[in-house]
Design a protein around this ligand. Structure first.
Ligand code: COA
Length: 313
């Protein structure tokens, strides 16, 4: 996570809002904000190093690097190539994925598929975002929600994930969008448009409270398991009210949902990876536990993964 923290009280300097409003409507108390010169690749690189160390894997052992991000620091080179070079992961292919807040789940699914190939043994999946760089700090309905950060995981050939599910409802794309790429406007001779996030919060909320429980249920039941078998649900951290609604609909108690949104805000593609790391560091993850991870967001996209944690504590 970047070192700079913006608390809800700090947000009061930018827009007419209050700690009370933000906490009661979202559960967010603070968010981390990248410095001017800190980019997606830097955050993703730091997360990658930590993940490799934790997995006991050398950079040269990686066969593939997947970076999920909505905020690549450049169109070319892709963020994954930037990280590949910094790591010295000379044997790894490098691909960026943009599925907004579902990006890390899409990354896990792609990694699972890649690991079915004989030649691929280790895939590094990174979620990294500098959302503050595309956030409109005059729009109180969005700027209080988002934060920056990165997380990463190494997936190693084994029995495969239990089940994955991904999908999209592109017809609702305008609910959460940025303006056209400045690149196109420059070619057309127009002024570059600001590509800041715009959102219809209510529509996204409605989408999220349905798709989150639906995806968890489908992905868990696909392999004949029951919701009660789950030890943890690790949801995308967008709004604690969305998570509470999912808990009610699924009949899974809130204690089984991991929630760290209070300290991170919504970090889009990084959020589930950061949550996983928090859980790993605090010893919440134990070998044999059954986990469901679930993401949803811009696209509108969604996805879920059901897996068993195989790493020793
Ligand atoms: C954005 C969100 C928190 C707004 O909560 P809400 O309960 O729907 O609030 P509303 O939009 O109805 O706004 C209620 C009032 O609060 C005001 N408001 C909005 N943002 C505010 C803020 N930061 N501080 C204070 N007041 C605010 C609105 O202007 C509105 O005022 P009005 O009644 O005078 O018009 C909620 O819709 C949400 O979480 N949506 C999903 C967004 C999301 O997760 N996006 C990312 C998906 S990955």
């Amino acid at each position: 996570m970047p070192r700079t923290i913006l608390t809800n009280q700090d947000m009061e300097r930018y827009v007419e809002t209050s700690d009370d409003w933000i906490v009661s409507r979202t559960g967010i108390r603070q968010r981390h904000i990248s410095d001017k010169d800190e980019n997606t690749g830097d955050l993703g690189y730091a997360a990658a190093l930590a993940a490799l160390e934790n997995a006991g894997i050398a950079p040269e052992d990686l066969d593939y690097i997947l970076v999920a991000t909505t905020t690549p620091h450049a169109l070319v080179p892709n963020t994954s190539s930037y990280i590949q070079a910094k790591l010295g992961a000379v044997n790894a292919a490098a691909l960026d994925i943009n599925a907004a807040c579902s990006g890390f789940i899409y990354g896990l699914e792609l990694a699972d598929v890649l690991l079915m190939r004989k030649t691929i043994k280790h895939v590094l999946v990174i979620g990294a975002e500098v959302l503050s760089k595309i956030t409109d700090f005059t729009d109180r309905s969005t700027c209080v929600l988002f934060g920056d950060g990165a997380g990463a995981a190494v997936l190693t050939k084994g029995e495969g994930l239990y089940a994955t599910l991904t999908g999209a409802d592109g017809a609702k794309g305008q609910c959460l969008h940025t303006s056209d790429f400045a690149v196109r406007n420059i070619i057309a001779g127009d002024e570059p448009s600001p590509h800041l996030i715009q959102m219809d919060g209510k529509e996204v909320y409605k989408f999220a409270v349905n798709i989150l429980p639906e995806s968890v249920k489908k992905v868990v039941e696909e392999k004949g398991h029951a919701l009660e078998d789950l030890d943890w649900v690790i949801p995308h951290q967008a709004n604690v009210r969305i998570i509470e609604a999912a808990s009610k609909r699924l009949g899974i108690p809130m204690e089984k949902f991991f929630v760290n949104i209070g300290s991170t805000g919504n970090t889009s593609a990084a959020s589930i990876a950061i949550a996983l790391d928090d859980m790993n560091k605090t010893g919440l993850l134990k070998k044999g536990q059954k986990l469901a991870m679930v993401g949803f967001g811009g696209g509108l996209t969604y996805g879920a993964v059901y897996l068993e944690w195989t790493k020793e504590a």
